[in-house]
Design a protein around this ligand. Structure first.
Ligand SMILES: [Zn+2]
Length: 397
């Protein structure tokens, strides 16, 4: 575990604003109390005790939910991903003109689909930790990839400079964002595109869902602007994407932004933002506490003698196990559609795919939909069994 002692952007003193309890974070830790910290000077919000980079990188290489080739995965990431890439391209085109970009380097290039959108008019290169993603990118899209994390690419000391550096849903994972952007700048001629989840325009959803254990930095436009000004970049434009249909509390709302490299500090203009990061964070925590209290009551109401199946093994379950009575219930089955998790344990129960024979052979009395993101999908799957088994939902979606 890292302990961050001063603000990464301005060097200011920091305060731990909140502690989020987690239990059984698969592949990461049995117990983890995440410190939500804030800079007293510039208001930057981040995880004060992130997992060390080795552990995070290992997770991205083997186990990330941002891997796109598992057809069985519950979320239809692929369709959402395609929509996102096209939307980002239109935004870049509106702000700087795609025809003005001759070369692009993408960090976290995923399936390679995104870069394939640009490869007719620009030289493209991707950096991607997942081996499966790299293989697919080269096979499916003929997009060249550096298979590894950014640090490995940086150590390889390639000389080339790119017109545009593309960072979509990347910067929130980086333990030292200032150092990272400064390193990116060494490979950059003109612009950096950044899309990150944002607290600006946050809606009430899964309690503490923004504090995903993979996310080190929690951005507001204020925070991101402070970071980019420090690294010699100027805001050209930003676009907020609410993502209402995606129901991904750690990912949406998001902001897409474009930053121009400027040679001298005097060329920089700082836009003064009225909504302070501190106010936004305080409101978010209050709302999460209120939602958690509501959910606690639902879980308290589950009969201790009922044989309970839990569907969902992600961040949301870890939050429930640590903050409600869920762990004391008689959990007999744990379902997840992600085949990579099958055979691993949660609450001493092996994770497996949902099986209707568990209902037919009367092995479970109730199924808890322990997910915000996938609740609707699961409701649909289980609608056929509503008369045979109790289905416990935590949200009215
Ligand atoms: Zn600061």
């Amino acid at each position: 575990m890292n302990k961050i002692c001063e603000c990464n952007i301005c060097g200011g003193a920091i305060t731990t604003v909140y502690k989020v309890k987690n239990k059984e974070l698969i592949g990461m830790a049995k117990e983890y109390i995440q410190d939500i910290s804030m800079c007293n000077n510039c208001g930057f919000i981040f995880t004060g005790n992130p997992f060390d980079e080795k552990k995070l990188n290992n997770r991205y290489k083997k186990f990330s939910k941002f891997e796109f080739d598992d057809k069985e995965y519950i979320l239809n990431e692929t369709a959402d991903y395609i929509t996102r890439c096209r939307r980002q391209q239109q935004f870049i085109d509106r702000v700087v003109g795609v025809s003005n970009i001759e070369s692009i380097l993408e960090v976290g290039a995923a399936s390679g689909y995104n870069l394939s959108l640009y490869k007719d008019s620009a030289q493209v290169y991707g950096i991607e930790p997942s081996y499966n993603n790299c293989k697919n990118a080269e096979q499916n899209y003929k997009v060249p990839m550096f298979c590894g994390v950014f640090e490995e690419f940086y150590e390889a000391k390639e000389e080339k400079q790119y017109d545009l550096i593309f960072l979509s849903m990347t910067l929130e994972h980086i333990v030292n964002p200032c150092d990272f952007i400064e390193k990116c700048a060494e490979f950059n001629k003109k612009y950096i595109f950044i899309e990150v989840p944002t607290f600006d325009y946050k809606f009430s959803d899964e309690p503490f869902g923004m504090f995903c254990e993979e996310h080190v930095n929690m951005f507001t436009l204020e925070g991101l602007q402070n970071l980019m000004l420090k690294c010699g970049y100027q805001l050209l434009n930003a676009e907020f994407v609410l993502g209402l249909e995606q129901k991904l509390p750690a990912g949406f709302p998001a902001m897409a932004t474009i930053w121009k490299k400027v040679s001298r500090k005097t060329e920089q203009k700082k836009y003064k933002i009225i909504n302070s990061s501190e106010d936004i964070l305080t409101r978010y925590i209050k709302d999460s506490e209120r939602e958690l209290e509501r959910i606690r009551k639902i879980i308290e109401g589950i009969d201790d003698n009922k044989r309970l199946a839990i569907w969902g093994t992600g961040h949301h379950v870890s939050m429930l196990l640590a903050n409600t009575e869920l762990a004391s219930k008689s959990i007999v089955k744990v379902y997840d559609s992600d085949t990579r998790k099958h055979g691993m344990m949660l609450c001493n129960v092996p994770i497996e795919a949902f099986s209707e024979t568990d209902i037919e052979k009367n092995k479970v009395d109730a199924i808890l939909l322990a997910t915000y993101t996938a609740q609707k999908v699961l409701e649909k799957i289980l609608s056929a069994y509503e008369e045979k088994v109790a289905i416990i939902k935590l949200y009215s979606l």
